[in-house]
Design a protein around this ligand. Structure first.
Ligand SMILES: Nc1ncnc2c1ncn2[C@@H]1O[C@H](COP(=O)(O)OP(=O)(O)OP(=O)(O)O)[C@@H](O)[C@H]1O
Ligand SMILES: [Mg+2]
Length: 425
């Protein structure tokens, strides 16, 4: 009694969608048929996939709304004829009797949509890789470059520095490009430095070691130095790979600023390892990120160490549009114009925009709970959320301006200088 309801038209449409996954109209059509057949969970999955591809598509939005309305219909155990008709009352919790709840077969429903949605729990860590010590674990490869909105310039630089050389050993040999070097990402908080580093991890998989400062700092004399050494030993063993130090200002503070001798010793050890004196760093790239580049030990930026710097700026309008799309794509939307939102969010960081989307979703959710009727997230929610959030990059740019104006010009902040000049700060 538990097998999939079959319907030749639906099956044919499903095959068509599988071969043209980006055809939103086709997907909406399939979703509509599924909904009419009472297969609500599958219809919801199609609506979500259509909205992910085209967040502003009104037909997809309406379908999502309709599937939300017929919310509690049983899925896979129901044959089309016995399924709840789509004229079910437009309500959420109240329509669901205690009986419905116990008879709803989540397991079967999950199986039915498993080719459309990812599994609920995943275990991506590759436990049986003997080369990697557990303290410096491999990043979760969930984020990819495609998830990062905008930032084309930064993507290009990362591609040239790490991704292309790692992916093309023959070309590397042809051009005699060495497999080593370091790159420092810097810029205002919340603009995606950590985020894009995770995307590099997603692109590289096991060849990315992320080092948390808490893994390295140790109050016992000499222990932090040994930890740094262990990080680089692990990296050399896993080469070719990228080692990522986040918030590197805390790790590599100016030696003159730190009174504590063991932090100083650790910084010295880090410099030694960056030079690869004790073990040759061929195949080890170092990526670091900071929002306080002026606190980073200047010796760390000498040639052969973190010698390349890339400024990660607050997103411009097209990038903000992309960030909005990223953060709205898995949410039920209606009539959202990301162009307008992008225009109104000058000075917002990626994190600010993520927060705006969160607040807007919260408003729609609370409304739906209060009225008992599910509704889609619309422009009014987002515009109200915008009014609540203050852009957070201004104070950083103020500080940066002071450093750039009053500090010596050794070329380190050339792109920051150019940006501040262009934006007349
Ligand atoms: N380009 C982007 N595309 C999509 N989301 C983004 C983007 N930039 C930032 N975000 C969102 O903002 C959040 C914060 O970004 P992230 O932590 O990378 O900032 P950061 O530059 O590392 O800040 P900090 O200097 O404070 O560490 C991310 O988790 C992500 O949700
Ligand atoms: Mg960060």
């Amino acid at each position: 009694m538990d097998h999939e309801p079959t319907d030749p038209v639906i099956d044919a449409l499903r095959r068509a969608v599988a071969s043209a996954p980006h055809d939103v109209a086709l997907r909406v059509h399939l979703g509509r048929l599924l909904l009419d057949a009472g297969r609500t969970a599958e219809a919801t999955a199609e609506a979500a996939a259509a909205l992910a591809a085209e967040p502003t598509d009104t037909a997809a939005g309406t379908l999502m709304l309709d599937t939300l309305r017929s919310g509690s219909a049983p899925v896979s155990s129901a044959t089309p004829s016995s399924a709840t008709p789509s004229s079910a009352p437009p309500s959420i919790a109240p329509a669901e009797t205690a009986d419905d709840r116990t008879s709803f077969d989540w397991h079967a429903a999950e199986q039915e949509v498993e080719h459309l949605v990812g599994p609920a729990f995943v275990d991506d860590l590759d436990d049986d890789d003997p080369d990697l010590p557990s303290a410096f674990s491999v990043e979760d490869p969930g984020t990819r470059f495609a998830d990062v909105g905008g930032m084309e310039h930064v993507k290009q630089r990362l591609n040239a520095a790490f991704l292309a050389p790692l992916a093309n050993p023959e070309l590397r040999a042809l051009y005699g490009k060495s497999l080593r070097g370091g790159l420092l990402l810097y810029g205002p908080p919340g603009c995606g430095k950590t985020f894009i580093a995770r995307a590099v991890a997603g692109e590289l998989g096991a060849r990315f070691l992320s080092v948390a400062i808490t893994d390295v700092l140790d109050p016992y004399i000499g222990a932090s130095e040994r930890n740094i050494q262990a990080v680089f030993e692990a990296a050399r063993a896993a080469a070719p790979c990228v080692v990522f130090f986040d918030e590197v200002d805390a790790l590599g503070q100016r030696r003159s600023q730190t009174r504590s001798s063991h932090v100083r010793g650790m910084v010295n050890q880090l410099l030694t390892e960056l030079d690869g004196i004790s073990g040759g760093n061929e195949g080890v790239f170092v990526l670091a990120a900071t929002n306080q580049p002026w606190d980073v030990e200047p010796a760390m930026r000498r040639p052969g160490r973190l010698d390349r710097t890339v400024l990660v700026l607050p997103p411009d309008a097209p990038a903000r549009e992309a960030v909005f799309r990223t953060h709205l794509r898995d949410r039920p939307l209606e009539g959202v114009d990301v162009g307008v939102l992008a225009k109104r969010t000058e000075g917002f960081s990626g994190a600010d925009i993520a927060y705006v989307c969160e607040v807007a979703a919260e408003r729609a959710l609370m409304d739906s709970v209060a009225s008992g009727t599910a509704r889609l997230i619309g422009m009014p929610d987002l515009l109200d959320a915008l009014a609540e959030v203050r852009p957070s990059t201004r104070s950083w740019l103020e500080t940066a301006r002071n450093v750039v104006l009053f500090g010596e010009d050794d070329g380190t902040y050339a792109d920051l200088r150019a940006y501040l000049k262009k934006s007349k700060r």
